[in-house]
Design a protein around this ligand. Structure first.
Ligand SMILES: [Zn+2]
Length: 331
């Protein structure tokens, strides 16, 4: 069954790996060398019951197998990155706020019974960290903090080459580091002043709306459908409002990173997710806070860099974790 398969590690040469997002399902057939033999992207079914998600994953796996069986070999394991807390040992989704029908669901067992392959689950940000360590900016490092700046802010921590999951699988929630305890903006987690309410794509839009009255000349003043991308493009054109919003975002991100640097003394911090595309607008402010707040020695030695795997990080990491069995990846 599930756990014994994983403890022995998969000997297969191909893994079907998927990154199940709240909006999109990205999946791939991945080889032991990291080569992507087949990939697909489709909307995540807005299912009321887990069956809808299971069927989408099973159909995608069958399609992957059809496209790769003749030329590349057999798939013999499945590995899924899930946007939420998972119990890695039992293959259970504990809580997935963006795919709530999966809360408490034994997703690994359901996939094993349909596909007859051993199944592994991992939190999506943990998987992204494993993916960057295997095929991206974290190659060659074994003490890595990975921050994913997307709709929310995710985190993955690899220490001595192993994912740090915590006792309940809920570790590395970097998005919920408190960076503004007084008068902080309420967060979906129930706390306030979390990094996520200042350094996510959602936060960029909210902060732009809030600050707009103070910048009557901003080109974003007339923009109705604000996105973090439109704010970024305005920033590139020198729009003061957009620059101020990315400055604030960078300051809060830097405050969070300084705490992580003091706590973990990592070799490298890898920053990914869609909002990391705004790098040139927030990088300086982020670094400034790190220099001002972190201990000089770990602040000097840490490398803070952009992720390299893009949207592939989640499924690449999921594949790597399946190849490695229950061990987190080692280089
Ligand atoms: Zn929070």
């Amino acid at each position: 069954m599930f756990s014994s398969h994983n403890k022995s590690g998969s000997k297969s040469d191909l893994i079907f790996a998927a990154d199940l997002g709240g909006t999109h399902l990205r999946a791939a057939v991945v080889g032991r060398d990291g080569k992507i033999h087949y990939r697909l992207k489709q909307p995540t079914p807005q299912a009321e019951k887990p069956d809808g998600i299971v069927h989408a994953l099973v159909d995608a796996a069958h399609e992957g197998a059809r496209h790769t069986a003749a030329r590349d070999g057999q798939i013999s394991a499945v590995s899924i990155a899930v946007p939420g807390t998972v119990n890695f040992e039992d293959g259970v989704v504990v809580k997935a706020p963006n795919v709530p029908c999966l809360d408490g669901f034994r997703l690994a067992a359901a996939l094993e019974s349909e596909l007859k392959w051993p199944a592994t689950l991992e939190n999506d940000a943990n998987a992204a960290a494993a993916g960057e360590m295997w095929q991206g900016a974290g190659r060659g490092y074994s003490n890595i903090v990975c921050v994913t700046l997307g709709t929310g802010v995710g985190g993955g921590i690899i220490l001595d080459g192993k994912l740090w999951r915590g006792v309940d699988g809920s570790a590395a929630e970097i998005g919920h580091l408190g960076v503004d305890p007084f008068g902080g903006v309420p967060c979906a987690c129930g706390s306030r002043g979390c990094l996520e309410v200042y350094a996510s794509a959602t936060a960029i839009v909210r902060m732009t709306r809030e600050a707009r009255p103070r910048y009557p000349d901003s080109i974003l003043h007339t923009s109705e459908d604000l996105t973090s991308e439109t704010v970024y493009h305005a920033g590139l054109e020198g729009d003061e409002l957009a620059l101020e919003v990315f400055r604030r975002m960078g300051v809060y991100l830097g405050i969070g990173l300084a705490s992580l640097i003091n706590l973990l003394n990592p070799e490298i911090i890898v920053i990914g997710g869609g909002l990391s595309n705004g790098w040139e607008l927030f990088e300086h402010h982020m670094h400034q806070q790190v220099i001002e707040r972190a201990f000089p020695l770990p602040a000097r030695s840490v490398k803070i860099t952009r992720a390299e795997c893009g949207d592939d990080a989640g499924f690449l990491g999921a594949a790597r974790l399946a190849f490695a069995g229950q061990q987190a990846p080692t280089n």
